[in-house]
Design a protein around this ligand. Sequence first.
Ligand code: 13P
Ligand code: SF4
Length: 352
Amino acid sequence: MQTTTDAIAALKRKLGSRLCILGHHYENDAVIQHCDITGDSLELARRIPDITAEHIVFCGVYFMGESAALLAAPGQHVYLPAPDADCAMSLMAPGERARAVLACLHAGGRPVIPVAYVNTTLALKAVVGEYGGTVCTSANARTVLRWALDQGRGVLFLPDRHLARNTGRQLGLNESNWCQLELDEQGLTPAEQDKSHPLWQADMLLWPGCCPIHEELTEAQVLAMRAAHPGCTVVAHPECRPEVIALCDGAGSTSYIIREAARLADEKPGSTLVVGTETNLVQRLGRRHAATCTVLPLAQAICPDMAKITEARLLTLLEGIAAGTAEALTVDPAQCPPARLTLTRMLDICAR
Ligand code: 13P
Ligand code: SF4
């Protein structure tokens, strides 16, 4: 009997160059083995304009598919094997609430530049584009935040307050000039709307959002791993709390973590690398470098949404594409021009 793996391989052969499958590093190996391109959020967004396939399948969460649909050429279709896989952090910054906050700040004489982490909805990106802002990923947050601060109008960083703090610290910024927003359903709270509130003078305003998976990782876990594995190297994703990052030897995007594992395996055979990020990636690195070094997870950290993409769902989607019945991801055409502007602005800033 044909396995799911074989059935996917057969459909890939049938669709040939009309199909391109992309996968984020957090997907499990069963899915990753079928991907033509793997990468972190930035790398995958960068590859879209060069893809000529008519059908682009994105093994990742919803915002990643939306970004691909925004950057795809006319006539190309983007599909998600699991359209119900939605990044929890992206849902913490609804577009309308961000619009209310920015409108209030601008009307009050604080025309801050919004910088949105790429882990956000299309609606949020559209608002950010309308207000002259851009997006960033964990791989380019420093470059983008520097660009935004250099405009001299203050920055609203959303939704990941931990990435904002970690990036600001890497840039050596003065934290006493940052302000953590509280917000309510409508936008700024009445206290925040009062001009005596510190936010009206702050260099950087932090949206109250985070990744619930990375936020669970703790300082105690880092200390325990250092005690159990003397001399180990500890790296983590910058979505972790700054207190955790402060105890690590390095922090960066999923691609940074992959490079660090390869570097360590090359330069320090026999050593141990402890990694604070999604478990699928850490386990893959452990298998890849098993002959030369030990790669251990800081703790179990499974993103339940990334895990919704399975081989079975990928197969169902490919069968639909081959039969002409699969539903491509659609995006609100009114939101596309300003949202696309935020992504192309990011790619321009980082190409300089
Ligand atoms: P990267 O930008 O490092 O790929 O991370 C994406 C993500 O969702 C991390 O939780
Ligand atoms: Fe979103 Fe966190 Fe999952 Fe990444 S790990 S997709 S930030 S919920």
